[in-house]
Write a protein that binds this ligand. Sequence first.
Ligand code: FES
Length: 131
Amino acid sequence: MALYSEKVMDHFRNPRNVGIIEDADGVGEVGNAKCGDIMKMYLKIDDGVISDVKFETFGCGSAIASSSMATELIKGKPVEDAMELTNKAVAEALDGLPAYKMHCSVLAEEAIRSAIDDYNSKINQGKAPEK
Ligand code: FES
């Protein structure tokens, strides 16, 4: 059996939603201290729904595939649903990751949570209109 699923290879080679959103409502950046990989997530939120999402990942292939899949899973979904996205769900959607690469999918989960936290804190500080 191949080490990586076809889906992992597809999202690694053709990552979806790569880039930045200049006027993002929430931005989250996380890193893994051990491998040094970094992931940045940008969210555009309208009426409590994630209308757009983009990411930049400076990291391994599994981290790129995980962030790509994670953006597909949350695009068009309510913020509450995105908050509940787990790294396990991301890995399952990719038809699995090798055990020693599961931590790469954790970055995607954390980056999304961090971006949503940023959005929520802006709302609480009155910097962003509640949408
Ligand atoms: Fe660092 Fe994959 S090895 S995120």
